[in-house]
Design a protein. Structure first.
Length: 178
């Protein structure tokens, strides 16, 4: 098993995050020894969802987005959830936070609707990726080369389609940080 005890990973999200898309990659990273932080504009706590309709658990925010420094982290994970992804992509400072990771060549991993913020950050021209099917055209219009694959790795960018792909997605994140 990988030893990521020297790695620190930010999870950028807000209310409406698909719970399993937060908890599964976070568990894989925590189990490998990484330090993980929920970074959010949501305040002190946020509520996850199971699908788009059912409220799930609440999670404490570790670092307010306004106080988060990308230099403090080795990687960024962008979980999905329709409400989360649509809200976070227009949250003040969120695209700048994402752009900083990309500019530094740090690992950025996005699943399901998570890649929407990459389009907002104008970071997709010529990049290969995947996502939930419903945002495919949005990502292509932003310049992405979209693939219907379980996981797509394009240099420092790791993407997956949906919760069915979480095992492969989480493994690629751990691998990238090893």
């Amino acid at each position: 098993m990988a030893d990521l005890s020297s790695k620190k990973v930010a999870f950028l999200l807000t209310n409406g995050v698909e719970q399993v898309e937060l908890t599964e990659p976070r568990k894989a990273l925590d189990d490998a020894g990484a330090t993980t932080h929920i970074v959010s504009p949501a305040g002190e706590q946020l509520t996850a969802m199971k699908g788009d309709w059912d409220h799930a658990d609440s999670f404490d925010v570790d670092v307010a987005l306004s106080d988060a420094n990308p230099d403090d982290y080795d990687a960024l994970v962008l979980p999905g959830g329709t409400v989360n992804a649509d809200t976070i992509r227009i949250a003040e400072g969120a695209t700048d936070f994402v752009k900083a990771f990309l500019r530094e060549g740090k690992t950025v991993a996005a699943i399901c609707h998570g890649p929407w913020i990459l389009a907002e950050a104008d970071a997709l021209k010529g990049r290969s990726l995947t996502s939930f099917q419903s945002i495919r055209v949005d990502l292509q219009n932003a310049g992405a080369q979209w693939q219907d694959s379980q996981v797509v790795v394009d240099n420092n960018l790791i993407t997956s389609r949906n919760p069915d792909d979480l095992e492969a997605f989480s493994a690629e994140i751990v691998k990238a940080l090893s």
